[in-house]
Design a protein around this ligand. Sequence first.
Ligand SMILES: *Cc1c(COP(=O)(O)O)cnc(C)c1O
Length: 456
Amino acid sequence: MFDSLKNMLSGNDGDNTVSNKEKREIVREKSAALYEKAKTFFPGGVNSPVRAFKSVYGTPLFIEKGDGCFLWDADGNKFVDFCCSWGPLILGHNHPKVREKVIEVMQNGMSFGAPTALENELAGLIVNNNKYIEKIRFTSSGTEAVMSAIRLARGVTGRDKIIKFEGCYHGHSDSLLVKAGSGLVTFGETSSAGIPKAFANETIVVPLNDREAISEAFKTFESQIAAIIIEPIPANNGLLLQDREYLEFLRNITKENGTLLIFDEVISGFRVGFEGAAGYYDIQPDIVTYGKIIGGGLPVGAYASSSEIMSHISPDGGVYQAGTLSGNPVAMAAGIAQLSELLKSGFYKELNAKTQEFAESIQRYASAKNYKLKVFKIGSIFWISFTDKDKIQSAHDIDAGGMDKFKEMHKELLNRGVYFGPSGYEVGFISSAHNKMELEKVKRTIFEVLDIIFKK
Ligand SMILES: *Cc1c(COP(=O)(O)O)cnc(C)c1O
């Protein structure tokens, strides 16, 4: 309270990123009041569960605006943002090119339910710069894209079962909200109420990085498996980086069994490079799904494949999939503006180098002090894990005990103007708007916070 009052009186814009020794606590009065009100409207006060801050301290912050790498909440606190709307904002908040393109297109109306040239333009940017796909279909969310990709795989193969991995998230459609049962290869169990057991029975859940489990599944369910779906860079349950050889193994075993390989690139697409993880590892999947970055902060998802496989989609083929707002012109405009920036030469090189430097200095600091902490990273994604393992490649390997440390770190960072996603299982994102000077300041803040939480 006192700090932010002081800031306001001194005309400070709320910059509380500078470290100092005194104990601080950000004011959350307005956010708290908004949260109380929100609880009267929405289950848990939110429109997506993780926003409710259940795994960290305090009430959720209600955001008033974002600009560049910064966020401001309703109480006027300013943060350097490492959540970036959960991934979409690879150019940071309110990027002028994206904003201007959206405003320009909006002048002509918001939705027609008929084709527009903007759809061709965004599809052209994507397909002409990605050698792994030939045709694409736009949806309005990642969930929809993945759900449609699964239907397509089933339609193409005439098979019902799919394999998914424990620790991968693919949105909230019925077949994919399934967790592992007991045993190496089992039918999944639903991980949400409201999903018929019969649906879950079509989803086989196996651990990541386990070849035996996959081989066993193909033996047990011979000629029944339509697709394996994987986040080739699993980033929804920590950052469970797989070896290229493992992804190649999946590529080969699916080919041998007439099963399609789906890369869910809703996070990794346009993030680790313009061609996503397919390009990063140079592995050709059968179907790819996109979301998050593709819409420049507006709701866009997509699935893409070869012309042959995509010919199964309605109206060309028998697999039905549609959307009132699919290919929405305003959303297309944001996607076009954002992806055009990503295609500029050197974009990823600079962003990835910045992230590497950031992650490595945190690691160096922690290692020098013998703190039990590992920073995993790829492209501009990073994950701070309170563990001493050098590799974490499956959900089982995650140190659940470390989540208490994350909770402490999250609180201390918020109080010092650094915003991380509110769960230790969530990764952090760096955008092109995170400039070196801010990252330097944040690094020092993180060092200070690590000293505090590891002294406890
Ligand atoms: C976010 C995400 C989804 C779901 O996308 P929504 O737009 O939230 O529906 C699916 N798959 C992966 C890998 C994701 O990260």
